[in-house]
Design a protein around this ligand. Structure first.
Ligand code: 2HA
Ligand code: ZN
Length: 281
């Protein structure tokens, strides 16, 4: 833990709440990595009712916010979410303004704010992408909990100089670091460039989430999902690392690389099944 976090702990009692602390630590960390400039990035994290009820009065609704896209599949679910226009760097010193705990109402048409989002803050502008992605990931994995969006620098850079065909993009990433095929054998998906913050980009992202945990938004950033903050972050971190290596080597003469046979050997050794149509072995 950094000194900053330890000092803040004395003045910020909310950091004693485990899931608020997790959000504060990861947002601070991601900002430190240079991925979340200004208000870049957003996170939503599914919480258990009991987990929330341990720290908050779940019968006291502070505000009700209508959704422009109904999410019946998430009715009754609790989330901690970053705020719209809020800076990742500031979450740790003022979680109550920069984060909020919300519950989707019983018909999935609005959300009830139970804590946070102080001073009329509203949830992230990418809530549609988050909620629609949660719906798809939960269908595939009931343990799914986290959707994380960040402006990972090298992933963005790579989308300028690499073909956006997702199989080719995945193959290149797998070739960059030995662990990649083990961490994301399901590959990464890529959507076309779209205006952010809309239901359309939400639907396009969620559509990819049916069979991927990672979605790249060209010239913008990345969405990663997982069963925990570590899983979602670890996935993004691994993709970003591979993209960084790519950006370092792309303009150089390649003397050797990880071959398709070696990638297949890795998959076999680690018991993972690489997504079809990428390896030629
Ligand atoms: O939260 O990252 O995509 C700001 C953004 C929008
Ligand atoms: Zn963004």
């Amino acid at each position: 833990m950094t000194t900053t976090m330890m000092n803040l702990n004395r003045v910020e009692p909310m950091l004693d709440v485990p899931f608020i602390r997790e959000m504060a630590e990861i947002t601070f960390h991601m900002w430190n990595l240079g991925w979340d400039e200004r208000n870049g990035g957003n996170i939503s994290y599914i919480l258990d009712e009991a987990e929330v009820a341990t720290y908050f009065n779940i019968n006291h609704v502070l505000r009700v916010l209508p959704l422009t896209f109904p999410v019946r599949e998430l009715a009754g679910k609790y989330f901690i979410v970053t705020g719209s226009g809020k800076y990742f760097k500031n979450v740790i010193s003022d979680p109550e303004t920069n984060l909020g705990i919300v519950r989707v109402d019983s018909d999935g048409e609005s959300i009830e704010v139970l804590w946070g989002f102080k001073n009329r803050t509203i949830p992230t502008s990418e809530l549609a992408s988050h909620f629609m992605s949660h719906i798809e990931r939960l269908k595939v994995d009931p343990k799914h909990r986290v959707v994380m969006h960040t402006h990972a620098t090298n992933v963005i850079a790579m989308t300028f100089i690499h073909e956006l065909d997702e199989k080719k993009f995945t193959k290149t990433l797998w070739e960059m670091c030995t662990e990649c095929i083990v961490v994301f054998p399901d590959g990464v998906s890529v959507i076309p460039w779209m205006v952010p913050g809309s239901s359309e980009i939400g639907r396009a992202t969620a559509n990819k989430m049916k069979d991927h945990r990672v979605v790249v938004w060209p010239q913008h950033g990345i969405f990663g999902t997982g069963t925990s903050m570590d899983e979602a972050f670890g996935l993004i971190e691994t993709v970003e690392k591979a993209a960084q290596v790519y950006m370092l080597v792309a303009h150089h003469d390649m003397k050797q690389k990880i071959t398709d046979q070696q990638l297949a050997d890795l998959a076999k050794a680690f018991g993972v099944t690489p997504v079809e149509g990428i390896l030629y072995t």
